[in-house]
Design a protein around this ligand. Structure first.
Ligand SMILES: [Zn+2]
Length: 140
């Protein structure tokens, strides 16, 4: 499928935030709040932040598309469902783990003796901080 939603960037943008990061919302109805990124969606340049940008979905009871193992159709309960809506990544700012302030993100390379130990990491852009920003859930 090559269908592209209108208004989306041609190429997936490399997001500066990733799951597990703390971010501050800088615009919109949740302006000023901070939260933890649950999911990053680089394809749409969006992030889902825990407990913020909530939307209420009204859903009907519906049949699950696939029958379960017993062959009977499972019914997914509807109702008012509150869930986080993705918001544009440009509306959030990464909070520096070292100084606790929202910051722009820079990149630096860590030099290593081995070829593969050289890797990119994110740094705080505050001139008086400049420390590496760690993601608590970073696995790489
Ligand atoms: Zn900092």
């Amino acid at each position: 499928m090559t269908y592209k939603k209108p208004g989306l960037p041609d190429k997936p943008v490399k997001l500066k935030v990733k799951a597990g990061d703390t971010v501050k919302i800088i615009t919109g109805k949740d302006k000023g709040h901070t939260g933890i990124v649950l999911t990053a969606i680089p394809k749409e340049n969006k992030v889902v932040v825990q407990g913020l940008n909530m939307m209420i979905k009204h859903e009907k009871d519906r049949q699950a598309r696939k029958a379960n193992s017993t062959g009977a159709n499972t019914v997914i309960k509807g109702g008012r469902i509150e869930k986080e809506a993705p918001l544009n990544a440009s509306k959030v700012m990464l909070v520096c783990t070292a100084c606790g302030r929202p910051t722009r993100v820079g990149y630096a390379y860590r030099e290593g003796t081995e070829k593969l130990s050289r890797r990119k990491y994110r740094v705080c852009k505050h001139s008086d901080c400049g420390k590496e920003i760690d993601s608590p859930q970073a696995t790489v």
